[in-house]
Design a protein around this ligand. Structure first.
Ligand code: SF4
Length: 353
């Protein structure tokens, strides 16, 4: 796998983004932000689901003002999301840990200067959040809603902030399709060393959003691109975190928990493999130790997979084998295999600690 691109490390509250920091996963609340109780409740749900950072919209002054009370009641770092009205950013900057603005709809140098000054005064980072659907007029006229247009906008705004002496920034380049998103991030990556916030925006319901994000963010992560990410799902908050963490794990960027290798539907399966794998997943979900395990339905590939797995089951007719590092440790009836397998997984994890 390619090395991660060496980016500048910045801090969103106490969460490092970029450099050698773990790739963080974030999401966004959907409450009316000025409804403090509901917003706090959603932030806490995200915290419990494993989010590292939360973004909160401030479309009106009452929302920006509410950020003070919200911040006092939560521990996740908050990014205030600002469109159109720079004065909302000036108010939000008093309370939050990062300001995200969209240069396409605060297209006024003096207003952006004021946002930068407010962030400098409190040592806050800024996310330049470029979106293909809302580029500045000059870039939209010249390039249209293309990857080139997004990169030109990001490049311009990065230089603008740098000229003001501001470098604590991260950048996102989001489009609603995988192609433009991936192209834009790949084009911009060699031009600077700021951390990138990855995302395919407005990606749809959980099924399609998961596929789009897996393709797009997966491709970028394998390229070594990406320091923080959000999966955009038309759905519930927790799903975004679950999918984001799974993409990090399955792209190999995070080593944590069980990597389960199991058979697809196949005419040779000699057990109720669907139930067995579901039970294994459920009973080992708490284990953080990285390990490879295989749960295979017949002997054809079971022994080969078991050689590379830390712990394995090979099902046969009404019975099967449990293996540890390719060696058979038990030959048991089918209904005893999962119990023994889970025991071996727990013992293996305990020995690694
Ligand atoms: S190991 Fe056996 S059951 Fe599993 S996919 Fe291969 S042939 Fe099918």
């Amino acid at each position: 796998m390619k090395e991660r691109y060496p980016t500048k490390k910045i801090y969103v509250g106490d969460v490092a983004v970029g450099g050698d920091a773990p790739i963080s996963v974030q999401s966004m609340t959907y409450s009316d932000t000025h409804n403090v109780a509901e917003t706090v409740e959603q932030i806490n749900r995200l915290h419990f689901a494993g989010a590292d950072i939360v973004r909160v919209a401030a479309p009106k002054m009452e929302d920006a003002l509410a950020l003070k009370a919200i911040k006092e009641q939560v521990s996740l770092p908050i990014v205030a999301d600002i469109h159109y009205h720079y004065k909302l950013a000036l108010e939000a900057a008093k309370w939050v840990d990062c300001i995200r603005f969209n240069p396409g709809n605060i297209n006024d140098k003096h207003k952006i200067k004021e946002i930068v000054k407010a962030c400098q005064d409190r040592n806050l980072p800024i996310r330049i959040g470029v979106n293909a659907g809302s580029l500045e007029e000059e870039f939209d006229n010249r390039y249209g809603a293309t990857a080139e247009g997004m990169v030109a906008s990001a490049d311009y705004n990065i230089k603008f902030l740098e000229d003001l002496g501001f470098t604590d920034m991260k950048v996102s380049l989001k489009a609603s399709d995988v192609d433009r998103t991936v192209d834009a991030y790949r084009m911009l990556r060699p031009k600077n060393n700021y951390p990138f916030h990855l995302g395919v925006t407005e990606a749809g319901t959980i099924f399609h959003a998961t596929i789009k994000s897996s393709i797009g963010l997966g491709a970028l992560l394998l390229d070594g691109i990406g320091d923080t990410m959000r999966i955009s799902i038309t759905g519930e908050l927790e799903e975004e975190i679950k999918v984001g963490k799974a993409i990090l794990k399955d792209s190999g960027r995070v080593k944590e928990g069980l990597n389960i290798i199991s058979c697809p539907t196949c005419g040779r399966i000699e057990a109720d493999l669907v139930s067995a794998v579901a039970e294994v997943e459920k009973r080992t979900a708490h284990i953080k130790t990285p390990m490879d395990v295989s749960v295979m339905g017949c002997v054809v590939n079971a022994i080969g997979e078991a050689k590379h797995a830390d712990v394995a089951i090979a099902y046969g007719k009404e019975a099967g084998l449990v293996m540890l590092k390719g060696e058979v440790v038990a030959r048991l009836p089918e209904n005893e295999l999962v119990d023994r397998f889970v025991q071996e997984v727990e013992d293996f994890a305990a020995k690694q600690e």
